[in-house]
Structure formats: structure tokens, C-alpha cells
Design a protein around this ligand. Structure first.
Ligand code: FAD
Length: 319
């Protein structure tokens, strides 16, 4: 999941890839941990996702959220990548900030569909020189107006995974998984087979697209395990605090919105009431996932701290 309405539509910043990313040497180089080294400690991982804002107000909001979430001892935070590389510089800048200023283990996202091999090499050099040890490796979607014939050398996420592992074997790689099947998949079976291909290419863990009904996640995990996918699967959870917002995300991701959730959100008479509804829904989802020994919970924060904090407090109280 990422927040397409929040960043990629804004104008891209003109940044020179190599000069921008190779100027600073990183103080985190030795200390950043790989995410796969954190699994297996007898408890599920807990993480949060941010997107790179492009305005000062947005930057302030992200910093406030990062500061507030710092006290919850998250295992990692991720920072998304704009469609077609529209936020490439910002993704790296914020990855650096989240690591160096806030001390998080960071998972920068990278999509490959519109990039040349040279660009990907340059981006990887930049991330490596900044001490990043983890990359969320994605295909991405075509930028508006681009067609399949304009695809670059990386056709699928598995191509990117293979390429990164060839150059940086120590880099820990996450890939996307789709409990309700990827919207462009030929079939459920093929989609899961291709996911196995991403793991065979070197992916270390899977983070799922958002879902509001745990049944899809449980069935997805069963399908994965039944075809021999053994890497950890982290559940991607969005706190559903506004019906129009989740409807727009669901349109893109094809995540089903349960009728009961729709009704409860429609009945909320204020923002704070909707926040309560969303928090309750996500808490119930998370508690059920935890009782089924999920490998991890990844919160899609949309750079807002209040809903994420409510959830994290709830998890702490129960856990
Ligand atoms: C956790 C998560 C984080 C995300 N973060 C971002 C982000 O930061 N920026 C962004 O732009 N987007 C992001 N996305 C969205 C993602 O880029 C889109 O869903 C995209 O359409 C698919 O990316 P993928 O890496 O899953 O692609 P792939 O795994 O390549 O799959 C794409 C489609 O191709 C099919 N396929 C896969 N391999 C093959 C093959 N070998 N042969 C034939 N068909 C194949 C699959 O079934 C699927 O339908 C994220 C998604 C998730 C789940």
C-alpha cells in the first residue's frame, strides 16, 4: 500500500540522482539492522509506513508522527516511493532522516517499472551509501499515460529482486503480497505462483496490501504456505477512519469493505467518532491476527499519528 493521492500527483523535484545521494556519508551505516534478523524473537514485528510529503506542512506532520511513534519501539518504519520515481529523491531524504534523526530501522520502497538499469543502479548506490540495509522491492504501476510497450528492463518485481540480490547479497528485501489478489492478476493461482517466484529470486519477507476482513489474510497465508512460501508474512493494516478515504484506497487495491464497517463509518457524526470506529475496527483485526501468531503488523499511517497511537496503545495494553 502507499498513498497515491498524497504524493505522486504532486510535481517531481528535480534532483540529480548520483550527486544527491552520494554526497553525504551515513552515520547509520554500521548500526542499521536488517529486518529479517528481527524475526523469530518469539513476538510479531510491529512497523509503520510513511509517505514522503512535498510541502512544509506535510513535512511537519510526518516529523510529528515519527516523533510520537518513536516511543513505541517499532521494529522498522517504511517510506514509500512515488509512482514512476516521482519522489525518488524525497524517499531517500526521508529514509535518511527517519534513520539518523529518529533512529528507526528504515525500509525505503523502490519501484522499478519506469526505471532504466542505470537509474536503478544509481538509486541502489545511493541507498547503500546511506547505510540502508533493507529495500521494499516493487514493480509499481504505470504512470498515467504510459503504456505497457514503454516498460523498462524491469518487467516485474521479481526482476528487481534478482537484480538487487545479485549486486547486494546482504540487502534484506521485502515484497508485496495481495490477500485479495493483485488487481491485474490472471488468476489467484498465478498470482501466488508469481509471489513464490519473488521469494525464489531472493525476497526475505512479504508485506501485504491492506485488507479489512481477516479471512482474506488467513486464506492468503494458507495458500502461500501450501505452495512452499516459508518467509514471514506481515499483515498490512490501515485504520479505517473515513469512508471516502477507504473507498478511494479500495478502488485502487480492490480491498473489500465489509458492510458493517461501511455502516458504522456512515453513522459516525464527527471526525472523532469516526476515529473511534476505525480504531475499534483495526484493533479487533489486529487482536485476532495476533492470536493467530501473525509474523508482523504493518500500520499504514498516512503520516497521521493519532490513529496509529490509539492502535499501538491498545496493542500494548492487550499484549
Ligand atoms: C506493501 C506494499 C507497498 C507498496 N508500496 C508502493 C510504493 O511505495 N510505491 C508505489 O508506486 N507502489 C507501491 N505499492 C503498489 C504496487 O506497486 C502495485 O500494487 C503494483 O501494481 C504491483 O507491484 P508488485 O511489486 O506487487 O508487482 P509484481 O509482483 O511484479 O506483480 C504485478 C502483477 O504482475 C503479475 N506477475 C508477477 N510476476 C509475473 C511474471 N513473472 N509473469 C507474469 N506476470 C507476473 C502479478 O500476478 C501481478 O498481477 C505497494 C504495494 C504493497 C502491497
Amino acid at each position: 500500500m502507499y498513498a497515491p493521492s498524497c504524493s505522486p500527483r504532486l510535481p517531481a523535484r528535480k534532483l540529480k540522482l548520483t550527486s544527491f545521494w552520494s554526497t553525504k556519508s551515513s552515520s547509520i551505516k554500521k548500526t542499521m539492522k536488517t529486518i529479517h534478523s528481527k524475526f523469530g524473537g518469539g513476538r510479531p514485528l510491529l512497523s509503520a509506513e510513511f509517505y514522503p510529503p512535498k510541502t512544509e506542512e506535510g513535512a511537519r506532520q510526518l516529523m510529528t508522527a515519527a516523533h510520537a511513534l518513536k516511543s513505541f519501539d517499532l521494529d522498522f518504519v517504511s517510506i514509500t516511493y512515488g509512482a514512476g520515481g516521482s519522489t525518488r529523491g524525497l524517499t531517500c531524504e526521508y529514509a535518511d532522516l527517519l534513520a539518523n534523526v529518529f533512529g528507526f530501522t528504515v525500509l525505503p520502497h523502490l519501484t522499478c517499472i519506469s526505471h532504466s538499469k542505470k537509474e536503478i543502479e544509481s538509486i541502489l548506490e545511493g541507498l547503500d551509501s546511506r547505510g540502508m540495509k533493507n529495500i521494499m522491492s516493487l514493480r509499481g504501476d504505470f504512470p498515467k499515460g504510459q503504456t505497457a510497450t514503454e516498460r523498462g528492463p524491469f518487467q516485474y518485481a521479481s526482476d528487481l529482486v534478482r537484480f538487487i540480490k545479485g549486486k547486494y547479497p546482504e540487502m534484506c528485501l521485502g515484497v508485496g503480497g495481495y490477500p485479495e489478489t493483485h488487481p491485474q492478476a490472471i488468476s489467484i493461482e498465478k498470482d501466488i505462483e508469481y509471489l513464490r517466484g519473488k521469494v525464489a529470486a531472493g525476497a526475505d519477507f512479504i508485506t501485504t496490501q491492506l485488507f479489512f476482513d481477516n479471512r482474506y489474510f488467513f486464506e492468503f497465508v494458507t495458500r502461500c504456505r501450501s505452495i512452499g512460501i516459508t518467509v514471514p508474512i506481515i499483515a498490512g493494516i490501515m485504520i479505517p477512519c473515513s469512508l471516502p478515504q477507504i473507498e478511494s484506497f479500495s478502488q485502487l487495491s480492490k480491498a473489500t469493505i465489509p458492510q458493517k464497517l461501511k455502516e458504522s463509518l456512515s453513522a459516525a457524526s464527527s471526525e472523532s467518532e469516526a476515529l473511534e470506529v476505525g480504531t475499534r475496527w483495526a484493533s479487533t483485526q489486529i487482536n485476532e491476527l495476533l492470536s493467530h501468531h501473525v509474523d508482523g503488523i504493518h500500520l499504514y499511517t498516512l503520516n497521521r499519528s493519532a490513529p496509529a497511537i490509539s492502535i499501538l496503545r491498545e496493542i500494548r495494553r492487550v499484549g
